[in-house]
Design a protein around this ligand. Structure first.
Ligand code: SF4
Ligand code: SF4
Length: 430
């Protein structure tokens, strides 16, 4: 049984009656730790849930549940198995259903729409994203904090690169599901970080996989965390209709964002109540890319010809990765790179939590949550840090001042150095 198999699970029912009132969740909650405004997971989760009966109103006893960032730390810590973060998300969705959502939340959740306008206008849009006056206007008009972690648009999407490359997008007539994987790039790679997608493809192909990139959309997680479940379900349904045939045919679905892969593995069924065969097949077939590479290594099939990278590397495993229950596969892979001194940050949360850290009314909380991590990254003296989730990377980079990359970027660089060294020695021989 692989770590992936062990992490696959059926979801327990949403029974908040299991709560034994131990308060463990409140002691580990990073938001409750930094603000008295938030009474903590026990209060807004199992305790408040009793008042959320039909007719009482979804936001009873108060709306403080909206301060929950959805990091999931409480759920992982609860000894009674109460799905606290998930209960909070549902309570938020019920409030949105009844009261509606702000224009700001609807816009920042719709990453595909943002990309549709942002990528073609990248040079101009990127000036706006870096311009102080434009950011100030964005804060005043829309409520997106002027110092919230935002990245810049790519000039070309990953999808357009893939099409120009002639890459496969559909189920091949003949292929070996063992050596062919489906890449779920998500909206961040597509519109903001296509280089990461290209590195992922390069590493997968180097290790003997053919790659298919089918039609796909944002995983829908930003909609889930803003309580916009109908929009999230639309995204989920579209992705499932595209991915399920691959999953049923035995292909693995691989992602470079631990947030997207967690949505495919768990949130579609858990949060959106999509309990059909397509959702189950996709959940079982989905792997985080570091999880897949480590599994390959465990089977003795990973190319371990990594060239040295002699540097310290603070690594932050994001909350979403911890929710996968697969450990920290990136740390095991870093150990294969000679000279790389990767150190687990040992901090719980960067504070970003997707779109949470962008909001003008949440920005300070997000900064306070992430402050110990930012200080540790700065104090490491490292030239760069690593993290598997995009919004966490942007938050760490912006708030610590240290460039932050995906683990795959480091591994791809090490492989390229090995290739360059091999070419150089051949050149000398010839
Ligand atoms: S950790 Fe679990 S059991 Fe303990 S108070 Fe929180 S929800 Fe209840
Ligand atoms: S999900 Fe995170 S922020 Fe929300 S209550 Fe749980 S620990 Fe606190």
């Amino acid at each position: 049984m692989t770590v992936h198999d062990a992490a696959a699970r059926e979801f327990p029912p949403f029974s908040t009656d299991l709560c034994i009132k131990c308060n463990v969740c409140t002691t580990v909650c990073p938001v409750a730790r930094v603000t008295d405004e938030f009474p903590g997971p026990k209060y807004v989760g199992p305790q408040a849930q009793r008042f959320r009966a039909p007719g009482v109103g979804p936001d009873a006893p108060d709306r403080s549940v909206d301060l929950c960032s959805g990091c999931g730390i409480c759920t992982r810590a609860c000894p009674a198995g109460v799905l606290i973060a998930e209960t909070n998300n549902r309570a938020r969705a019920a409030i949105v259903d009844e009261r509606g959502s702000s224009l700001r939340n609807r816009i920042i959740s719709d990453t595909d729409l943002i990309a549709r306008f942002g990528v073609p206008l990248a040079p101009l849009a990127n000036i706006g994203l870096k311009n102080r006056m434009a950011r100030w206007m964005g804060e005043k008009v829309l409520g997106v904090h002027r110092r919230g972690p935002l990245t810049t648009f790519a000039r070309r999407t990953f999808d357009s690169w893939w099409k120009r490359r002639g890459g496969a997008t559909t189920l091949p007539a003949t292929a070996d599901p063992e050596r062919t994987v489906v890449y779920f790039h998500g909206c961040a790679v597509n519109a903001f970080e296509p280089d990461l997608g290209r590195d992922a493809v390069e590493i997968l192909e180097r290790n003997g996989f053919s790659v298919i990139v089918p039609r796909q959309q944002c995983c829908g997680l930003p909609f889930i965390s803003n309580g916009l479940y109908e929009q999230a379900r639309t995204k989920a349904r579209r992705n499932l209709s595209s991915l399920a045939e691959f999953a049923r045919a035995g292909y693995r679905i691989v992602g470079t964002s631990t947030s997207c892969t967690h949505a495919l593995k768990a949130e579609y069924r858990e949060m959106l109540d999509i309990s059909d065969a397509d959702a189950a097949a996709v959940a079982d077939a989905t792997w985080d890319i570091c999880e897949l590479l480590l599994d390959l290594h465990d089977r003795g099939e990973l190319d371990v010809g990594f060239a040295p990278i002699d540097e310290p590397l603070p690594y932050h495993p994001p909350c979403q990765l911890k929710s996968h229950g697969i450990g920290t596969p990136a740390m095991d892979l870093f150990a294969l790179v000679p000279g790389l001194r990767a150190v687990d940050s040992d901090h719980d949360c960067c504070g970003a939590a997707g779109t949470y850290g962008l909001k003008v009314e949440r920005w300070q909380i997000a900064q306070d949550v992430g402050a110990p991590l930012f200080a540790a990254v700065r104090a490491s003296g490292a030239a760069r840090a690593a993290c598997d989730s995009e919004t966490c990377r942007w938050q760490i980079e912006q708030s610590s001042g240290v460039p932050t990359v995906h683990p795959i970027t480091i591994l791809a660089e090490s492989y390229r150095r090995a290739d360059a060294a091999r070419e150089e020695s051949w050149r000398r021989i010839v």
